[in-house]
Ligand binder design. Structure first.
Ligand SMILES: Cc1cc2nc3c(=O)[nH]c(=O)nc-3n(C[C@H](O)[C@H](O)[C@H](O)COP(=O)(O)OP(=O)(O)OC[C@H]3O[C@@H](n4cnc5c(N)ncnc54)[C@H](O)[C@@H]3O)c2cc1C
Ligand code: FES
Ligand code: FES
Length: 491
């Protein structure tokens, strides 16, 4: 066990042993490290003013350490979560003699630098693009910048700067900087000790194995399982909750992978949304699209898939998708591992079939059966970075134009992510072409009694849910017509 956090900040190695575990990276940067270039806008992961670049290494299935480059929101990351990370803030981007880095030069050349509050966040998001991937299409650029909110609507020049990054050469001094990072990471990974911090009555544990996590969870009653912190971060920064003990899943290498297994894949508890999107490139396009609209690049870089399911939120986006896809959670405790179908996992608001000494160690997703398709639609007020009013997910098997199997799930319609049994029963055995002309309002009203809130009224939710079911069948029917037309040489 060690009790010192090791990070490499702007090329300088820090050993930190004097922080309370729920100190955010943003507060540490501004108040202790005096790096005030990183700004606080919202303190809830929304605006991107606090974006910093993060590099870490985790082992792949063969045990080889692989780089992960992330743009992250410093305002909702707790310091101990950064152990072993390279962090670059806006102060660490320019060259040793103040030479502008290409991302800064691109912003100057395209008049992208605007107000001093958002610009550091934009620069670090661009720096992440530079480090991770320089050749980008328009959508990738928009997605990468969706988590940086500019209130003066000056996106045009910033997008131009991002598009131009491929035109700039990496300066010679950049190599030395990467060598420093490599040396830090190599030294850090020589030891694989668990981190345990106790300060001001607060405990933080970062176990390295599933067994160690289960033991700690049994030992510390009321301990809070912490994964990406994209929910828990806000409990601290916005609700000022005093949490006594964290057990962090992000350092358990065996849970940091998406692994192909018999009949499907397993997504480990430490797998972020970004990582899952990349690993599941063959997943249905509709699922990828839900992910693309999930929070922002910064939120997807740290928030985990299992965290989204484990929290049982009625408005979580991934849970209804996994419910429709027949997902199964793996719950681990000292007693072993048990599997619970998502059909049974969500019990009522805030209550899941999970004992206090269990944690979600993985989510299993079965392969899609033959002739099966997946439709998912997220309805929110804003396209990017918004919480769903309604999310519909449908796994559909169609044989000779007739529905032979359906799993239809919704978010935003009940106190938990929930399937629609009456609507499913109505749809089963019917022709897709006929379903495309039907009104599902009565069935949806039989399945759900949604709430009215600031996102949508109950009436709107019922109407939009019924419309989305019909839309799925219109898309199915149209795709079939297009396919037939193509096959007959008409398309
Ligand atoms: C700006 C912003 C935008 C967001 N946008 C979206 C969005 O578009 N769609 C959406 O669905 N959500 C969104 N979220 C919410 C959040 O990102 C997700 O719910 C995320 O997947 C939570 O995962 P996490 O790893 O960050 O969980 P954490 O914050 O670490 O934990 C959340 C809860 O789950 C529990 N938990 C976490 N992991 C486990 C585990 N392995 N076993 C048992 N319990 C566990 C924790 O104890 C806690 O109660 C957004 C959040 C922010 C800040
Ligand atoms: S301060 Fe707004 S995202 Fe962190
Ligand atoms: S750059 Fe800050 S509001 Fe536009």
């Amino acid at each position: 066990m060690k009790s010192v956090i090791e990070i490499c900040l702007n090329g300088e190695v820090h050993h930190i042993d004097d922080v309370r575990p729920d100190t955010t990276l943003l507060n540490w940067l501004r108040l202790s490290a005096k790096k005030t270039g990183t700004k606080e806008g919202c303190a809830e992961g929304d605006c991107g003013a606090c974006t910093v670049f993060m590099r870490l290494q985790r082992p792949d299935a063969s045990g080889r350490l692989v780089d992960e480059m992330r743009a992250v929101n410093a305002c909702i990351l707790f310091m101990p979560m950064l152990d072993g990370a390279v962090i670059v803030t806006v102060e660490g981007i320019a060259g040793p003699d103040g030479e502008l880095h290409p991302v800064q030069q691109a912003m100057v050349d395209h008049h992208g630098a605007q107000c001093g509050f958002c610009t550091p966040g934009f620069i670090t998001s661009l720096y992440h693009l530079w480090r991770d991937k320089q050749v980008l299409d328009d959508q990738e650029i928009d997605d990468a910048l969706a988590g940086n909110l500019c209130r003066c609507t000056g996106y045009g020049p910033i997008v131009k700067a991002a598009k131009s990054l491929a035109d700039y050469q990496s300066p010679a001094w950049e190599r030395a900087r990467l060598d420093t990072e490599d040396a830090f990471l190599a030294a850090y990974h020589k030891g694989d000790e668990s981190l345990a911090i106790k300060a001001e009555g607060q405990h933080f544990y970062a176990p390295r194995t599933t067994a160690e996590a289960a033991r700690l969870l049994a030992e510390y009653e009321g301990a809070q399982i912490l994964s990406g912190g994209t929910d828990i971060g806000l409990w601290v920064t916005k609700q000022h909750r005093q949490l006594s003990c964290f057990i962090y899943t992000g350092k358990i290498d065996e849970l940091a992978l998406v692994s192909p297994v018999e009949g499907g894949v397993e997504i480990g508890a430490g797998v972020t949304h970004n990582q899952a999107m990349q690993a599941l490139q063959d997943a249905p396009e509709a699922l990828q699209e839900v992910w693309r609209r999930f929070g922002s690049a910064q939120v997807r870089a740290t928030g985990t898939v299992c965290g989204n399911v484990a929290n049982g939120s009625p408005i979580g986006d991934i849970s209804p998708c996994m419910l429709a896809l027949d997902g199964v959670v793996h719950l681990t405790s000292q007693a072993g591992m048990r599997k619970v179908s998502l059909d049974d996992f969500f019990i009522s608001y805030g209550v899941q079939d999970r004992a206090s000494d269990e944690f979600v160690s993985a989510l299993y997703l079965p392969d899609l059966p033959a002739d099966t398709r997946f439709h998912a639609y997220k309805i929110s007020k804003r396209f990017d970075q918004d919480i769903s009013a309604v999310l519909q997910a449908m796994r559909l098997t169609v044989k000779e134009g007739v529905v032979t199997d359906i799993r239809l799930a919704f978010g935003g319609m009940a106190a938990t992510p929930k399937r629609a049994p009456a609507t499913e029963a109505f749809i089963m055995g019917k022709e897709v072409a006929k379903l495309a002309e039907m009104d599902f309002s009565d069935m949806i009203a039989a399945d759900f009694t949604p709430l009215s809130d600031m996102r949508a009224s109950a009436a709107y939710r019922l109407q939009v849910a019924a419309n989305l079911v019909r839309k799925s069948f219109i898309v199915e029917a149209t795709q079939k017509q297009l396919y037939l037309a193509k096959a007959m040489g008409e398309g």
